[in-house]
Design a protein around this ligand. Structure first.
Ligand SMILES: NC(=O)c1ccc[n+]([C@@H]2O[C@H](COP(=O)([O-])OP(=O)(O)OC[C@H]3O[C@@H](n4cnc5c(N)ncnc54)[C@H](O)[C@@H]3O)[C@@H](O)[C@H]2O)c1
Length: 405
């Protein structure tokens, strides 16, 4: 019975025709995910060099998987055989689903969507992998906006478990249900998010960077001490400054500034001058050899003996960790309060999209809702800045003695 069921599923996913637009970092990764799951993929790019690069990069990735014993030669051939590299948008006309992963520019995306709709069938789903544009604004370019949806993968797409699925206000339930099912069939964890700036991860994660930068700017501690606190006391794989260097200070700053502007300048998302100056100076992080830390030619961090770390009191490190954590929890609670996603999806998004050691709402339960409200109020009383306002949901839960889970 089970075999029969999975056969039907396989047959279904094998006949699914997927068109991917843009064969850069994200498009090529998404193509690998879909092809591995048995879909027939057409990967399109206007730039032939980008198509060639995607093809050779995939070959390398699959060879590495063979070396590691994860797949064999037959599997490699099957995956490669499922991807066709095409240089015309019209070639995607037989798609059941298209995912666009081109340059992050609304006007260019709209042009592509308008042309694409002229080629594909009426029931083809037209999705965008955008990180920062509203899905409603992209959908508005289509004659049938109800077929448009956000399907947001994380980098690198084959390795990151999370996919945010974002219905626009125009999106039909059928488009949402079908998209969620396809992404689940691709063995990914789906978190459904409201069409709001940053969706879940890029919104809830902002204080990880922003509060760390603020602590640094106040002169409380240096980069290494703040990173140490989050990693050692919090269990985060990378500290905020290491992570900003890894992402690139230019890229990370732009995301923060975009989210800040999109939220009508809510001070909670205010970018930091420190990061702006680092980006302006070309101290981008790993990719430029210098950021908050120095890196060698292979991109490895050059370890220097840290001058202040040992001099800082344990209690200060604890305070730094608690301050960043409570700001993250507050942001997650507020996302739930404003119905951005369910509590489960918010926690899954942070553990599976950015590898947080625990879901933030589960962490709030563990620390105690009382603790969260007290810490937020302490920050607010100290600074009197709107940035430190406690989420009404946390306060309500404290008064009623509730937990998230
Ligand atoms: N890089 C990330 O970490 C990441 C993560 C999630 C989402 N995204 C989003 O995914 C999208 C793509 O990002 P990326 O990092 O893969 O970019 P990229 O620069 O690596 O690749 C973009 C590709 O699109 C091609 N392209 C540009 N205009 C085109 C057009 N009109 N038609 C067809 N192809 C075109 C380019 O030649 C290039 O190969 C963006 O919307 C971005 O916001 C990026």
């Amino acid at each position: 019975m089970t075999n029969q069921k999975s056969n039907i599923k396989n047959q279904q996913s094998q006949i699914l025709q997927v068109g991917i637009i843009g064969s850069g970092t994200m498009g090529s990764g998404i193509a690998q995910v879909a092809a591995t799951s048995g879909c027939k993929v057409k990967l399109y790019d206007t730039n032939n060099a980008a198509l060639y690069k995607a093809q050779t990069a995939l070959d390398k990735i699959l060879n590495r998987l063979i070396e590691k014993g994860r797949i064999d030669e037959t599997e490699k051939n099957r995956i490669q055989g499922n991807i066709e590299y095409v240089d015309s948008l019209k070639s995607l006309s037989d798609s059941d689903l298209t995912i666009e992963a081109i340059v992050e520019n609304l006007e260019i995306k709209k042009q592509v969507f308008i042309e694409l709709e002229g080629y594909v069938s009426d029931d083809c789903i037209i999705a965008s992998n955008t990180s920062s544009l509203s899905i409603a604004s992209i959908a508005a370019s289509l004659k049938k906006p109800e077929r448009c949806i956000g399907i947001h993968f994380f980098n690198p797409a084959p390795l990151m478990q999370l996919v945010e699925v974002i219905p626009a206000i125009q999106t039909s339930k059928a488009t949402l249900d079908k998209s969620v099912q396809i992404i689940k069939d691709w063995k990914k964890t789906v978190a459904v998010a409201k069409d709001t700036p940053g969706f879940i991860v890029n919104r809830v994660a902002r204080p990880f960077y922003g509060e760390a930068l603020r602590i640094y700017e106040e002169g409380i501690a240096d980069f290494a001490t703040i990173d140490w606190s989050l990693k050692t006391l919090g269990g985060f794989r990378m500290g905020p400054f290491e992570l900003m260097d890894f992402i690139g200070n230019d890229v990370n700053y732009t995301v923060t500034e975009t989210v800040f502007t999109a939220f009508y300048f809510d001070p909670r998302y205010k970018p930091a001058f420190t990061q702006k100056r680092f980006a302006e100076a070309g101290y981008l992080g790993r990719k430029s050899g210098k950021g908050y830390y120095d890196y060698d030619e292979s991109g490895k961090k050059i370890e220097t003996s840290d001058v202040t770390l040992s001099a800082v009191e344990e209690s200060l490190k604890e305070q730094i960790f608690n301050r960043v954590l409570v700001m993250l929890i507050n942001e997650a609670a507020d996302a739930l309060f404003l119905n951005i996603a369910s509590a489960e999806d918010i926690d899954n998004a942070m553990t599976k999209g950015v590898n947080y050691p625990k879901g933030l709402l589960a962490w709030a339960d563990e620390k105690g809702i009382d603790w969260c409200v007290t810490k937020m109020d302490e920050l607010y009383n100290e600074y009197h800045e709107d940035r430190y306002r406690c989420s009404p949901l946390l306060r309500k839960m404290k008064n009623k003695g509730l937990r998230f889970f």
